[in-house]
Design a protein around this ligand. Structure first.
Ligand SMILES: *Cc1c(COP(=O)(O)O)cnc(C)c1O
Length: 381
């Protein structure tokens, strides 16, 4: 058996009976769009997260877009986004005609740095380049961002806060779950995310009735009282009934044991690496991660380490190789002018290792052994 970076086949083997039954039920009833499973999943998700409304949609990128549309964010507006994240977090801002303003992250948590956010807000206000409207804050690699401080900063400056919880579902700060922070939150059910389906899927969470109603409209062609009464330009973004049925089975496993198991596996890596010359992930006191990734930092020789792991058939990934403000898509825009040394450093030094709830201790020991050898080899050179 070749080690998987994230083993979805093993998960299917364990849940197969229930998943197959769920799929067959949808086939028999024939409600492939907006079936009963969609509304019951929305109820389960909102209860789990602890938020009044959950609106499922086509994917995590659409979820972000729907929130920006509901908030009326567009031309001339500025939205602060961490410089170290998946492209979609900033892409959606530009797609709505607004300007993503990239802010540096913490070297320890990889998440948006509240001090840098405040500096960036003051700078935009002084320079008047755009009207700052919102912050999109990412729960990178499963760890909730520092919402206690970021919520306070957003209130003080009158900015809306959107939690991009695509990687964060299941995380916590104290008793508060990820996807419950800010004015609205989103997640993704892309297969490799902490809670994944068997295709594309996403959801928006909010306590605000008006935002929820607007999102339900935007997601179905700007519908009014009914589907053929169209009162605004929207889009088509829905979660398939089949995906909702699969997610119901997976959510149960996620709550019952997967989240615990992946935390156990992360803890096991922490112990295996305690004496190794690498920087382990930092989880601040009171925070709980859903471990979308286990991401270490190597001070030198990352490429050689990746090659040495590959030699032993151990997969590893670089999330992310390029800071947002250096992406070609932003060339020549204000967004490209960000100054983010921490994000730059991380892009050159991070490495994500295989991690999922079904990873075995013996596999983790293999990873650790190969990693130690590779690091020693790089140092000796
Ligand atoms: C995956 C991801 C998205 C986009 O989700 P999709 O379902 O792939 O559209 C957005 N933001 C972050 C941080 C992500 O990791």
């Amino acid at each position: 058996m070749i080690m998987q970076f994230r083993d979805l086949q093993k998960q299917y083997q364990i849940l197969q009976t229930q998943i197959d039954a769920a799929i067959q039920t949808v086939c028999r009833t024939g409600n492939f769009i907006s079936g009963e499973e969609v509304s019951s999943l929305e109820r389960q998700l909102s209860e789990y997260v602890g938020v009044k409304h959950c609106i499922t949609c086509g994917n995590g990128t659409d979820a972000l877009t729907l929130v920006l549309k509901a908030w009326g964010i567009g031309a001339g507006d500025g939205v602060f986004v961490p410089d170290f994240t998946f492209f979609a977090s900033g892409e959606v801002v530009s797609a709505e005609g607004a300007i993503p303003l990239f802010v540096d992250v913490s070297m320890d948590t990889y998440n948006l740095d509240p001090d840098q956010l405040e500096i960036a807000i003051q700078q935009v206000k002084e320079e008047g380049t755009c009207v700052p409207k919102a912050v999109i804050c990412v729960d990178l690699f499963g760890l909730p961002a520092d919402y206690l401080r970021i919520e306070e900063i957003c209130k003080r400056y009158g900015l809306l806060l959107l939690e991009d919880g695509a990687q964060g579902f299941g995380g916590k700060i104290g008793a508060r779950r990820a996807c419950s922070f800010g004015d609205a939150a989103t997640t993704s059910f892309f297969p490799a995310k902490p809670l994944g389906c068997y295709g594309d899927g996403g959801a928006v969470f909010t306590n605000d009735d008006e935002t929820a109603a607007l999102i339900r409209s935007y997601a179905v062609h700007g519908k009014g009282q009914m589907k053929y009464d169209n009162i605004r330009i929207g889009c088509n973004s829905r979660l398939d009934t089949m995906q909702a049925a699969i997610l119901q089975v997976k959510l149960e496993a996620f709550q019952k044991y997967e989240l615990e198991q992946v935390n156990h596996a992360a803890q096991c890596y922490n112990e295996l690496f305690s004496e190794v010359n690498l920087k382990r992930p930092t989880i601040p006191e009171g925070f709980y991660s859903s471990w979308a990734q286990y991401t270490i930092q190597l001070d030198q020789g990352r490429d050689a380490v990746i090659a040495a792991l590959r030699e032993k058939k151990i997969p590893s990934m670089v999330y992310y190789p390029k800071p947002m403000h250096r992406q070609k898509a932003f060339d020549g825009t204000i967004s490209a002018q960000a100054d983010c040394p921490a994000a730059e450093y991380l892009c050159g030094h991070v490495l994500s290792l295989p991690l999922h709830p079904y990873l075995e201790e013996k596999e983790q020991k293999e990873v650790a052994l190969a990693l130690v050898e590779a690091i020693d080899f790089v140092k000796a050179k």
